[in-house]
Design a protein around this ligand. Structure first.
Ligand code: UDP
Length: 238
């Protein structure tokens, strides 16, 4: 396993990762462990942007499947990501890691609305930049937000934390013959319809030549380990 050469990663943390072993919401221990992992990485000199999801609280698609207006449901999903973002940013600050938060969905009482220039300034100053509120638009996901913000902020990689240690030909939890890939091209992912991120996110990463690293967040210190080449991952590139 090789050390990953990236110095300015954008890390996508799904809402589920914040649930820990729970079924809903935010588990303080899981939150703390993720924040410490990120703070360690920031202390090693990496410039880190974080996009946080909201699936531990609310997903627009699930709401609309139960009869909710899709646009309103997506706004609720975006608000869920703001809750997670505030929790992450506050935890980072509490453990001594300077961090700021921006929201793509304007919620000015809670935090500043996303500004590319301000976020870049914060990154350069060594602050972890938490990006909540998705793109601010319904019908998108936080995976697409991650690819978009990575391009806007000049990030050199997109690290997608998942439940498994890379990309497989099939779900390894259901199919024991599933093959794990170390390296793939964006075209492989799109052509084989591998469920890494949604197609819009993959296309954005491809068009902006931002490698996507898929890894498991299960182990303690997982993000640092994958960066140092001490944990498995799959890398999607051109
Ligand atoms: N969402 C949205 N626009 C965006 C990003 C997110 O409408 O640009 C909404 C959407 O309803 C989504 C929810 O926010 O279901 C939570 O995001 P996501 O499902 O990507 O979270 P994750 O699965 O990563 O926890």
């Amino acid at each position: 396993m090789a050390h990953l050469p990236f110095t300015r990663p954008l890390i996508k943390i799904s809402g589920e990762a914040l649930m820990g072993s729970g079924q809903y919401g935010i588990d303080p221990q899981a939150l703390d462990a993720i924040a410490r992992d990120i703070a360690d990485l920031a202390n090693s000199g990496k410039r880190i942007a974080l996009v946080v999801g909201g699936g531990n609280i609310y997903r627009g698609l699930a709401g609309s499947a139960k009869g909710m207006d899709r646009v309103k449901a997506d706004f609720m999903g975006m608000l869920a990501t703001v809750m997670n973002g505030v929790a992450l940013q506050q935890t980072l600050v509490r453990i001594g890691q300077p961090a700021t938060i921006y929201s793509g969905l304007p919620v000015p009482t809670i935090c500043a609305t996303f500004s590319r220039d301000a976020a870049v300034e914060d990154l350069e100053a060594g602050k972890v930049v938490v990006l909540a509120g998705g793109t601010g638009n319904p019908f998108f996901t936080t995976d697409t937000t991650a690819a978009l913000r990575a391009a806007e902020l000049g990030c050199d990689s997109l690290l997608k934390a998942t439940q498994v240690d890379g990309i497989y030909s099939a779900d390894p939890k259901k199919d024991p013959r599933a093959e794990r890939y170390d390296r793939l091209t964006f075209s492989d992912v799109l052509a084989q319809d591998l469920r890494v991120m949604d197609a819009a996110a993959i296309a954005l990463a491809r068009d902006n030549a931002i490698p996507v690293v898929v890894f498991s967040l299960h182990e303690q210190g997982a993000i640092g380990k994958v960066m140092r080449g001490e944990a498995l991952c799959s890398v999607v590139g051109t």
